[in-house]
Write a protein that binds this ligand. Structure first.
Ligand code: CDP
Ligand code: ZN
Length: 167
């Protein structure tokens, strides 16, 4: 009998202080897309909150160890690791258990950048990383109306829900 499972994922990263904006290595990646000219985030990896939250939703759907267990942020071997590689590995584990993604719905919460300007490219890059049709991925942006750390542009966060099926 076919089985369906659901997982939710969340991630948040702090934007860097303007003083270290010049650090070219700290660029903002969202859904595998480089957001040109935008301040980057503090992270052990490339800090892609979108791919990290989807990864945790995929892993969570099958009660697999979460991203922080699979990629500890205190190891040299995981420093600067590409989030594309992380999500590919998570989805490989899901497929090995006989499941595939039905759909993912993703909400990025940030004052900047305007997500609508990048969402098509993010959907393309995320679906390509997973090897699924673009129609299975939805990405949308929301502000925090100036409230709390995200509203004060100190951080960017992302929620994801993934449905998977064994059929
Ligand atoms: O209108 P409401 O207060 O519910 O939402 P908002 O946070 O002011 O965002 C309005 C619309 O702008 C959203 O529905 C998104 O379509 C878009 N948006 C975006 O593309 N990127 C963001 N970082 C924030 C909002
Ligand atoms: Zn992260």
């Amino acid at each position: 009998m076919d089985d369906i499972r659901i997982g939710c994922g969340y991630d948040i990263h702090k934007f860097l202080e303007i003083a270290i904006f010049d650090n070219a290595a700290k660029r903002l990646f969202l859904g595998g897309v480089l957001i040109e000219g935008h301040i980057g985030v503090a992270a052990h990896s490339d800090g892609d909150v979108v791919l990290h939250s989807i990864t945790d939703a995929l892993l969570g759907s099958l009660s697999l160890p979460d991203i922080g267990v699979l990629y500890p942020d205190n190891l040299k071997s995981t420093k600067g690791v590409s989030s594309i590689d992380i999500i590919k590995y998570a989805y490989k584990l899901v497929k090995e258990k006989g499941y595939k993604l039905v759909n993912a719905d993703i909400t990025i919460i940030t004052q900047t950048p305007k997500i609508s300007a990048y969402k098509e490219r993010m959907i393309e890059s995320t679906s390509a990383a997973l090897g699924v049709d673009k129609s299975r991925i939805n990405i949308k942006g929301k502000t925090k109306e100036g409230l709390d750390a995200v509203g004060k542009q100190m951080a960017i966060e992302c929620f994801s829900v993934c449905l998977i099926s064994s059929s």
